[in-house]
Design a protein around this ligand. Structure first.
Ligand code: CMP
Length: 136
């Protein structure tokens, strides 16, 4: 049975600002992900608020939305077997200081906010998040 999945990945403003997007895309490719779609964009704060709506009640919600809309980001659709979990493993823990050696957040993350990448946390959310950025 095929378990090929698609997931949404975002290279966040802190990484794009440091010109790490090409390097991070290479890491995905070297780990067997296909980048099916990608675009570099800057979103409005109102769009970030919609994207992160699941975190609406969290104390960090306002800062999170201000941050994601603060500069260019690269959004991608990644494909691989078990892509959702594989991407979360490759990204590492949300807080870079807890992330394992060899993960993207360990290598590039600055703080829990400036943690360089976002990845969908479930297959259901991957569908919603891909649709959010790539609805034609
Ligand atoms: P991300 O995977 O993009 O999903 C939500 C983001 O909220 C998360 O990465 C972090 O960058 C950010 N965040 C800020 N503070 C916290 C916190 N205390 N717990 C979890 N996520 C946080």
């Amino acid at each position: 049975m095929s378990n090929i999945e698609q997931t949404l990945s975002i290279i966040k403003p802190d990484a794009v600002e440091r010109n790490l997007d090409i390097e991070i895309k290479e890491i995905f490719k070297n780990n067997g992900f296909l980048i099916l779609k990608e675009k570099k964009i800057q979103i409005e704060k109102s769009e970030a608020e919609k994207f992160y709506k699941v975190h609406e009640i969290k104390p960090f919600y306002k800062d999170l939305c201000a941050y994601l809309s603060s500069g260019p980001i690269v959004v991608m659709v990644l494909e691989k077997a078990n892509a959702v979990i594989a991407n979360r493993e490759l990204m590492g823990s949300t807080d870079p200081k807890d992330a394992k050696e060899g993960t993207i957040r360990k290598k590039y993350g600055i703080s829990i906010d400036k943690n360089s990448v976002h990845g969908s946390d479930s297959l259901d959310n991957a569908i919603i998040e891909i649709d959010f950025f790539f609805k034609d």
